[in-house]
Ligand binder design. Structure first.
Ligand code: PCA
Length: 322
């Protein structure tokens, strides 16, 4: 073999080895690329890339493009994806603890939501660990309110409406209110509204803006029922296979992403409601009758959740209240 060929071969081998040592992870996410949760995660993966000198490259797949929202948790659990983001409360049927952030009126401000998160973190992380995953960080959605295509002064006004649910708690609200729930991921919400599959739902101003709900709906009642969270978690085998320095980068930047994401959600919340109003939605607090009806549902659902979540759930609420 000529010297030049030999040299070229070793350079090619070196280049290959260099590439092979970098880890490439897939990160499925369910919400749009321009939602603040996704933008925050993009900053997180950029920071991790820099911190690891390019040795850990995480590719975000937004909008349910790699796995749909309801598939993401399992995909990470079995290692089909190494890391992912999911609204864990959507898995409360599996274990009620996952629904800790969707107990009506338990934590209704950003500050309270962060305190509840801290109270729940050890329990939630232990639960994920049993499923071969580790919690990295979580970020709240703005407070949840009710969207309708009509004025609603009390829940009798809403009886019979087809209601989009995103987790067990939202389905239960609908049931108790005499509405008819259907579980629909945000990625399919716009279509479901446009075709009349659903006529009402509960969510934040953020999702209302993402889905341009003013094209189909008319009223938003800012009930501030709870602030659900998107959680970012990693497959334990994938994590354990990383060098210690990369693990450290992930943990450090996860903590930063959590603080940055919570602050961003709080900063954006008012603007989302303003955007809804600018586009013609009637945005208001619930009237007294509607507020009372919702409070009653809250009492029922809190008792149900404490019962279902058992000791672990009670411990979370105790730690939160003290
Ligand atoms: N938006 C998400 C969950 C809560 C929220 O505000 C959704 O509607 O799917």
């Amino acid at each position: 073999m000529m010297l030049r060929t030999l040299l070229a071969t070793s350079v090619a081998t070196l280049a290959l080895t260099g590439t092979a040592s970098a880890e490439n992870w897939d990160m499925p996410m369910a919400y749009p690329a321009n939602n603040y949760h996704t933008e925050n995660a993009q900053m997180f993966v950029d920071a991790v890339r820099e911190c690891t000198n390019g040795e850990l490259e995480i590719t975000i797949h937004a909008g349910g493009s790699l796995f749909k929202g309801d598939e993401i948790k399992r995909a990470v659990q079995v290692g089909e994806a190494q890391i992912g983001e999911r609204l864990l409360s959507a898995h409360a049927n599996e274990n009620a603890v996952f629904g800790y952030d969707s107990v009506p009126f338990l934590a209704t401000s950003f500050e309270a939501s962060d305190a509840l998160r801290d109270a729940a973190r050890p329990t939630l992380n232990a639960l994920l660990n049993e499923q071969n995953m580790t919690l990295l960080y979580s970020v709240p959605w703005p407070p949840q309110g009710l969207y309708f295509a009509q004025e609603v002064n009390n829940l009798a006004d809403a009886a019979g409406l087809k209601f989009r649910a995103y987790n067990a708690a939202t389905a239960r609200v609908a049931e108790l209110a005499g509405m008819v729930p259907t579980q629909i991921e945000a990625a399919e919400l716009k279509q479901a509204l446009a075709t009349g599959v659903v006529q009402a739902f509960i969510s934040s101003g953020s999702t209302g803006v993402d889905e341009k709900v003013w094209e189909d709906l008319t009223n938003f009642y800012d009930a501030k029922a709870w602030l659900p969270r998107n959680s970012i978690f990693v497959n334990n085998d994938a994590f354990n296979a990383l060098p210690a320095a990369s693990q450290e980068c992930l943990m450090t930047h996860a903590a930063e992403a959590e603080a940055r994401g919570s602050a961003k959600a709080a900063e954006l919340a008012g603007g989302f409601l303003a955007t809804l109003a600018d586009n013609g939605l009637a945005v208001s607090e619930p009237g007294e009758e509607l507020a009372n009806d919702l409070a009653e549902i809250g009492v029922t659902m809190t008792a149900e959740w404490l019962e279902q979540a058992g000791e672990a759930g009670n411990a979370i609420v105790d730690a939160y209240s003290n």
